[in-house]
Design a binder for this molecule. Sequence first.
Ligand code: SF4
Ligand code: SF4
Length: 575
Amino acid sequence: MNSGNTEAKLWDFHGGVHPEQNKLQSTMESSAPARMPEKLILPLHQHIGAAAEPIVEVGDQVLKGQKIASADGYVSASVHAPTSGKVIDISEHPIPHPSGLSALSIVIETDGHDEWIEYRAEQDYTETNPSHLRNIIREAGVVGLGGAGFPSFIKLNPGSQKKIKTLILNGVECEPYITCDDMLMREDPQSIIAGARIMRHALQAEECVIAIEDNKPQAYESICHAAKGIAGLRVARVPTRYPQGSEKQLVQVITGKEVPSNGLAVSIGVVCHNVSTAAAIYRAIHLGQPLISRMVTITGAAVKRPRNLEVLFGTPIEELLQQCEVESKQIERLVMGGPMMGFALHDSSLPVIKTTNCIIAVTRKELGLEQAVMPCIRCGACADVCPVKLLPQQLYWHSRAKEFDKAQEYDLFDCIECGCCSYVCPSNIPLVQFYRFAKGAIWTQEQEQKKSDQARERHEFRQTRIEREKQEREAKRAKKKAPRAKKAAAPKAPPVDGAKMAEKMRDEAMSQRDSAVEARKAEIQAAVARVKAKKERATVQAGDATSITPAAPSKGDADKKNDSSSASDNNEQVQ
Ligand code: SF4
Ligand code: SF4
C-alpha cells in the first residue's frame, strides 16, 4: 500500500455542516517565525492532565530547551524553556481557557541569545525500543497539537494486548479560519512523514493513513510527494465537511468502523494523531528537541496581514497581533480556536500555549448582528446535523432545566461540542453553551461528591484508628492486670454461715455444761454413797459391841481393819 493511493474506499458519517471556510486569507503568505518577546509566560498546565511541577527558581538562568517543570504523574506533560534567559517570576497568571482562570506560571525574561541546551538525538529510531521512544516523547513534553493537548506518549502506548491496525494522521483541519496544519503540510511535509514513521514504529501499526480534506490541494500534493514510495503509508483525500476532523468521525470515514459510545478508537485497533504532533515527534526523536513552539494562525477581519507564525510558547498574544498588523480598535471579539469550537479571550496579554492553534480578531461586521434568541420550534434541524446522532433539543431542555440526570440519559457526554446544532438552529439558541454549562455543573457536582466521599472516608478511617488504639490500650492494661486478677481469681473459703456457727457454739457450750452437771451429779452420788456406807458400818459396830467383847486388838490388827474398811468402801463406790 503506497502513498498517493487515493482510490481506497471511504465511508460516510451522519450529519455535519458546510460553514463558510474563511481559510484563504491566512494562506496567502508563507509562515514565519514570530518575533522574540521580552517576556515569556509559561503556564504549567497547558495540556490535559495534572499540571507540571516547577524545577527552577526565581533568579535561575535557563537555556533554550531546558526542562523547567516536570510532568507530575502519568497524565501530565513537562514544560521547557522556549529560549534562553532568566526566571523572573513563578506565580499565578491568567491563562487562555474558557473558565478565565489563572494557573501557576514560570515567567522568563529572554536574553536574546536563544542559546540551546546540549541535546541528544536518536541515531536510528528503527533500532530503538518503542518503549524508549515513548519515554523520549514524554520527556520532550509533546502533547496533541490538534487542540486537545492530550500527552502523546500515552496515545502511542496501546498496551501489549492491543494490536493496532491503522494509525490515522489527521490533516483534515475542518474548522473555518484555521490553517496552521495546512501550512505545515505545505511547507514541511518531510517532518510530518518522518514523524508518522516513528509513530507507526512505536505503535507497531500495520498501516498509516494521512487524511487531508479536498479544500487543501497544495497540502495534499506536498504530503503525497514526501510520502512517495514509503511502504505502509497512504494519503487519503476526504470530502470537505465539518466536523470531519473530530476523531470519531474521521475514524469512521477512513476505516468504516464506529468508535463505541464512551469508548476509544484504540478499542477497535485505530489510533489517531494530528499532523503537527507528528512533526513535533520527529523533532523530539531525530533532533532531540523538546516541544517549545508551534504554528499559530493569526486571522480575522481585524488583521491586516493574516498569516501563520511559528510561535514560542509563552509569547503574549498581543505581540502576534502587532506582528500581523492588527487594527486594535476594529477588534470586537478575540477568539482562540475556530468560530465553531473556539472560545472568547478577555485579554490580549494572555500567552500562547501548546493548544493554541488559531487566534481570530473578529470585527463587528464579521460578527454580524446579534440575532435574538427565540423559543424552540421543534423543527428537528439540530438532530439532522448532529454527527453523534444525539437529540440536541432534548439535551437543551434538560440542561436548561438543570435536570442533569436526564441530560446524561440522553448521552450528554457523547456530545463533542462541535456546534453544528447551534449553527443550524433557526431560533438562534446557543445550544452548545447549555451543554457546556451542564457538563461543567455535573463535573462540579462529581468533584464535590468526591471531596465529600474522601472526607467521609477520612472520618471513618480516623474513627477506626481511634477504636483500634483504644482496644490496644485496653489490651495492654489487661495484660498488666493479669497477675493480680489471677490472684484474685484463686479459690476462696466458702463464706461463713453465722447462724450455723452460733448454733454449733451453743451446742458445744450446752454439751460441756451437761457433761459438767453429769460429773457433778456423779460426785454427789458418790459422796452420798460413802456417807451412807459409813453410817451402816457405824451401826454394825455399835451392835457387835453390845453382844460380844472382843479381845483388844493389837495395833497391827487395827491398821489392817482400817485398811479393809477402806477397801470395802472403795469397792462399793466402784460397784
Ligand atoms: S434546531 Fe433549534 S428550534 Fe429546531 S428543534 Fe433544535 S433547538 Fe429547537
Ligand atoms: S454540539 Fe453536541 S449535540 Fe450539537 S451537534 Fe455537536 S455533538 Fe450534536
